[in-house]
Design a protein around this ligand. Structure first.
Ligand SMILES: Cc1cc2nc3c(=O)[nH]c(=O)nc-3n(C[C@H](O)[C@H](O)[C@H](O)COP(=O)(O)OP(=O)(O)OC[C@H]3O[C@@H](n4cnc5c(N)ncnc54)[C@H](O)[C@@H]3O)c2cc1C
Length: 439
């Protein structure tokens, strides 16, 4: 599971060392005309600063930066690695309501699933279809139960979701082959979720950041955020980085599974922990082999559990390229990048039980990543009351791609003092689910 990371030096946007202009200057700032000394100072301040520094160029940081720049904020996004190369590059790209019980995460997911297609349409208008292409596909999700216990639990779970506004279509076993012809005939019950969708996470983050740049924002890779500088009253006045200080009015911690480390460095610890997950990728298969996102009913239990021990459940879906992604595992082992073959074997065996046709297909590769886990399974979205000007958008665990669109919107609404489109309370930093946890 070694990350494919080129030396940072080869990925920098500009040869900063040789430049007399601040590395933080956006290209349009560098082209500013010369004027009086006072003008020059003002120009330099404008070039050297921004309203908001977003740390983390994953899908969450990208969504926050997009929503902030849409509101006119001057934003600099920075990442010590290439854009979207963290957990965003290591997921499956599902946008799901089907795996979430009623509650704040489902509310955020519903808002996000509604927002994603609008957002992508807006990006297409702004950037053109090629730069905004993200392989978005509202294909629907199929949850199947092959065991009696799972079949019994499916109905009430879907009924509760329906009461919360989710579209969930109960299917008899005999209806299932019409949805998935190659799924096992051992299915006892199933529920189809037409709202579930899929997109390519790296393309989505890249498109969001392209919009940030198009609006005059800056995106800098190869820069590590080290902490924050504060005024006498404790509020943030600059981001400390490996390229020097970046004066700013606010910092957004969108560091994914590393958000806990950055929060601690900024003087406001947060319990965001890595939860490892592995995926198998098959060779490209004929179209229609797997039509929807299909998963076993026990997946919902694994998602909701906080258990540190290994859990595997069957999740199968095809990509636009024809490969089939087989997941998924969950295990809290810190940032351990080993890929245990026993876990891959368990994933393969379970997938072949669900789709017997997969038994003999070649596996092309396996990869893994670290979900940003919080103990109460909710992301943290909002300003930190311990450190004014420090904001968090982190802890989305295994749902950050799906939740990104509404997360960016909510953070930008709160930053701009707008009425939020959904209740921000469950996601606030100072909440009981986070307070009791040692970091
Ligand atoms: C196996 C697996 C399957 C998944 N499947 C799905 C799925 O189907 N659907 C879904 O919605 N979600 C899924 N997820 C979860 C999803 O990938 C994450 O929730 C999401 O990518 C988190 O995005 P992020 O932007 O918060 O984090 P990241 O993508 O990790 O971005 C954080 C960025 O911050 C940078 N960074 C960290 N610290 C610093 C620093 N000090 N200075 C500068 N830069 C820094 C990192 O380099 C990184 O690029 C899956 C995850 C895994 C592991």
């Amino acid at each position: 599971m070694r990350a494919l990371r080129l030396p940072f030096s080869s990925l920098r946007d500009a040869p900063w060392g040789a430049s007399r202009v601040s590395p933080w200057a956006a290209p349009r700032d560098r082209a500013a005309p010369r004027g009086s000394l006072r003008d020059a100072a003002a120009l330099r301040d404008a070039a050297f600063s921004c309203d908001v520094a977003v740390v983390g160029a994953g899908v969450i940081g990208a969504a926050c930066a997009e929503a902030l720049t849409r509101r006119g904020a001057r934003v600099t996004v920075l990442d010590h690695a290439p854009i979207a190369s963290g957990t965003t590059a290591r997921g499956e790209g599902n946008l799901l309501v089907s795996d979430k019980p009623p509650g704040p995460e489902l509310d955020l997911a519903r808002a996000s699933l509604a927002r994603w297609p609008q957002l992508l349409a807006e990006l297409r208008d702004e950037l053109g279809p090629e730069r905004a292409a993200c392989e978005y596909e509202p294909k629907g999700g199929l949850v199947v139960a092959t065991e009696e216990a799972g079949a019994r639990a499916l109905g009430p779970f879907a009924a509760a979701q329906r009461a919360a506004g989710v579209r969930a279509v109960g299917l008899a076993a005999g209806d299932v082959p019409a949805y998935e012809p190659l799924v096992t005939r051992a299915v006892r019950a199933a529920v189809f979720y037409p709202e579930d969708a899929q997109l390519q996470p790296v393309l989505a983050a890249t498109a969001l950041l392209a919009a940030v740049r198009a609006r005059g924002g800056a995106v800098r890779t190869g820069v590590r955020a080290l902490g924050v500088d504060c005024r006498a009253d404790g509020s943030v006045c600059a981001l400390r980085t490996s390229a020097g200080p970046l004066p700013c009015g606010a910092v957004v911690n969108a560091c994914g599974p590393w958000a806990g480390a950055f929060a601690a460095a900024a003087g406001a610890p947060l319990p965001v922990l890595p939860r490892r997950g592995l995926i198998l990728v098959t060779a490209p298969l004929p179209p229609g082999t797997v039509r929807h996102k299909v998963y076993d009913a026990d997946y919902v239990g694994a998602v909701g559990s906080g258990d540190a021990a290994l859990q595997t459940s069957t999740v199968v879906e095809a990509t636009r390229a024809g490969t089939v992604l087989i997941g998924s595992s969950r295990q809290r082992v810190g940032f351990d990048e080993t890929v245990p073959t026993a876990v891959l074997g368990a994933l393969a065996r379970k997938a072949a039980r669900l789709f017997p046709a997969l038994r003999d297909v070649p596996v092309m590769r396996a990869y893994g990543g670290f979900r940003p886990y919080t103990p109460d399974h909710l992301p943290v979205i909002g300003e930190d009351p311990r450190r004014r000007g420090l904001w968090h958008a982190a802890g989305h665990e295994g749902a950050g791609i799906g939740l990104a669109a509404a997360t960016g919107e909510l953070l930008a609404e709160l930053y701009a003092g707008e009425k939020p489109h959904l209740d921000p309370e469950p996601f606030r930093v100072a909440r009981p689910g986070l307070e009791a946890v040692a970091v």
